[in-house]
Write a protein that binds this ligand. Structure first.
Ligand SMILES: Nc1ncnc2c1ncn2[C@@H]1O[C@H](COP(=O)(O)OP(=O)(O)OP(=O)(O)O)[C@@H](O)[C@H]1O
Length: 351
């Protein structure tokens, strides 16, 4: 069970609101793929999911699932499952009966519904938990049950609204693995709303960035990081290096120099972007690779961040840049250092 999800010019303005929660937003999620929706707080992400699910009616635009306009179809019959940050399980029912609930309402016998529930419990790796009360579960287990309950309805489209944001980092990683398992087993089309770009990169095939209810960017995970459409998208994806200047022909010209940029639609004032993880640190006065441009700088700050080390440098003209060093033998503040910017990693956006 999987289907293309096509959103066409969805608009929604809540009564009395100054701006639209959704503003002519169009997005296609291909069957069996996962798109992560990233965006600042209040950008319309939850509203988008609620409109897809049929919990909210758009003022304009259409939602198509498997080619069918689901506008006239009530939420329960859309073939859409939804999991929220909080599980919203029925506290008075057992885990098994929470999952079996929809089948029972649809008229299935208790035995058959419970048998199916056990299958989905096994899928979320909670076999044997069927008799427990919801109150006896940990937060991570509760979310697993919520996912099982959503999957038991065999949705063509699974909507996940910050489902793991209340979990600690280790549990989140487990949930990401679980999602991968589920995708292999039942491959629903997934839209995942998250604040966490690392989660998006780990779980999704594509990333959609929304702001003020509008789609700013849609593309592969790699593109969102390395070929963002706008400066806003670059920042939202955690890009830290912004070099203001101008595009002249096939070069970006700034106080730091003239750097080759790949064919770009951007002309005139433009910001050169290079991901901090793509910048290579070099000893000063060593040969510069032909595929990179060297900037000489002084290390101003070095911070450990897990396995890597964040290095901040300042160039003689005062530009601050960031690089990531391997954990072993990072530089120290005060060191003179070379930064090699690989040409393939350079990207420009309009200023
Ligand atoms: N039921 C509602 N009534 C009135 N305004 C609403 C309602 N739901 C959402 N809004 C408004 O619509 C806009 C988008 O909200 P939405 O919850 O979709 O954003 P979001 O991106 O999911 O935010 P967050 O990341 O904080 O959850 C906000 O300005 C919000 O205040």
């Amino acid at each position: 069970m999987s289907a293309d999800l096509v959103l066409d010019h969805l608009s929604k303005r809540f009564p009395g609101a100054r701006s639209a929660a959704l503003d002519a937003l169009s997005l296609t999620v291909a069957a069996r793929t996962c798109t992560a929706v990233l965006g600042p707080s209040g950008s319309g992400k939850s509203t988008l999911l609620r409109v897809i699910a049929g919990l909210e009616t758009p003022d304009a635009g259409t939602v198509r699932i498997g080619g069918r306009d689901v506008g006239p179809i009530v939420a329960e019959r859309r073939g859409v499952g939804m999991v929220f940050q909080r599980s919203l399980l029925f506290p008075h029912l057992t885990v098994r009966d929470n999952i079996a609930f929809a089948d029972r309402v649809a008229g299935m016998s208790r035995t058959a519904a419970r048998t199916r529930a056990e299958e989905y419990l096994a899928m979320v790796q909670l076999a044997g938990y069927g008799d427990r009360r919801v109150g006896e579960l940990s937060g991570g287990q509760e979310q697993r049950v919520a996912i099982a309950r959503a999957l038991a309805a065999e949705p063509a489209v699974l909507l996940l609204d910050e489902p793991f944001s209340a979990l600690d980092p280790a549990l989140r990683t487990d949930m990401h693995d679980l999602l991968a398992t589920i995708r292999r087993a039942v491959s629903p089309t997934i839209v995942l709303v998250t604040h966490d770009r690392d989660e998006a990169a780990r779980v999704a095939d594509r990333i959609a960035v929304v702001e003020d209810g509008a789609l700013l960017h849609e593309g592969s995970v790699a593109d969102a990081y390395r070929r963002p459409r706008t400066l806003q998208v670059a920042r939202l994806m955690g890009g830290r290096n912004e070099i203001p200047g101008r595009v002249v022909g096939d070069r970006h010209v700034s106080v730091l120099g003239r750097f080759p940029v790949r064919q770009t639609a951007v002309e005139g004032d433009a910001v050169l972007l290079v991901r901090q993880e793509d910048v290579l640190l070099a000893e000063p006065d060593t040969p510069v690779p032909a595929t990179a441009s060297r900037i000489e700088a002084m290390v101003t700050d070095v911070r450990r961040a897990g396995a890597r080390t964040d290095v901040t440098v300042r160039t003689p003209d005062g530009t601050v840049l960031h690089a990531e060093a391997p954990g072993t033998a990072p530089p120290i503040p005060g060191d003179a250092i070379g930064l090699d910017l690989p040409h393939a990693a350079l990207h420009v956006v309009a200023a």
